[in-house]
Design a protein around this ligand. Structure first.
Ligand code: DX5
Ligand code: ZN
Length: 247
């Protein structure tokens, strides 16, 4: 069984004191990773922030010494042109670059800004490109996307073209604080049945009430935004989530 990982989403942090919120979440409250939601207003109907903000918070959180250690920056790119931002995020100190399958295969239709050259990007090429930029690669699926699209990507014999993590969204991406969709858990189970050691992340509506189902289905990387940052004692919530996850 892969390592249990709690990754608070800083989307629900206080942006006016983001550096302190990030370092406290890791150092004081005991989180493993920081989940960093990048939204471009094209792929999802909301805008958050880009690489400059990642650079700013990197100076508050020590870079992990091992591949998936504490302080890993898990960047979730909800953007129409995932290939376009790889270099910038590497430079900003991102450790794990997680793009959306739907954006990779359809970057033009998803709304490329005028004058850009990125067109359709195959997931395998993009994964290789991310690896060439010394980051781990994650691939995310929206609720509307069937899990079967993952099989040929995961079965690839070329190691550099295989993802290090799969993210199964348990809400429609775009906003924090939405209701958990248990309907997505069969996807988690299907991936876990085939890949016992792969990192499987779930994101959206996770908290003390829903983590049990996600852990049962086989998720080992838990994103939680409002449940952690909305709590009186974030450390207590993180410890509670971890207990359920460890089992
Ligand atoms: C949703 C984001 C999530 C979000 C989760 O589009 O990808 O990471 O921050 O927030 P909660 O945990 O509040 O659902
Ligand atoms: Zn996210």
């Amino acid at each position: 069984i892969p390592t249990p990982i709690i990754a608070p989403s800083i989307l629900s942090a206080d942006f006016a004191r983001l550096g302190a919120e990030c370092s406290e979440t890791i150092e004081r409250h005991g989180a493993d990773w920081l989940h960093i939601d990048i939204m471009d207003g094209h792929f999802v109907p909301n805008i958050t922030f880009g690489a400059p903000v990642v650079t700013a918070i990197r100076s508050h959180v020590e870079r992990p010494s091992n591949k998936k250690g504490r302080g890993t920056f898990d960047c979730h790119l909800m953007v129409a042109e995932p290939k376009r931002w790889v270099k910038d995020f590497q430079a900003a100190g991102c450790d794990l670059y997680c793009f959306h399958y739907e954006a990779a295969i359809n970057s033009t239709a998803a709304g490329s800004p005028a004058g850009t050259t990125d067109r359709r990007t195959s997931p395998r090429e993009l994964i290789r490109f991310i690896h060439e930029h010394s980051m781990q690669a994650g691939i995310a699926l929206k609720p509307e996307t069937p899990v079967d699209v993952l099989w040929e990507i995961l079965e690839n014999e070329v190691e550099e073209e295989r993802p290090d993590m799969v993210l199964i969204m348990t809400v429609n991406p775009g906003f924090g604080g939405q209701t958990f969709m248990a309907s997505e858990l069969p996807k988690v189970r299907a991936v876990r049945d085939r890949y016992p050691t792969l990192d499987i992340e779930v994101d959206g509506g996770l908290g003390p009430k829903t983590i049990g189902q996600a852990a049962d289905a086989g998720a080992n990387v838990i994103v939680a935004g409002s449940a952690v940052f909305g709590a009186q004692d974030p450390g207590e919530v993180i410890r509670g989530l971890r207990e359920v996850l460890v089992g």
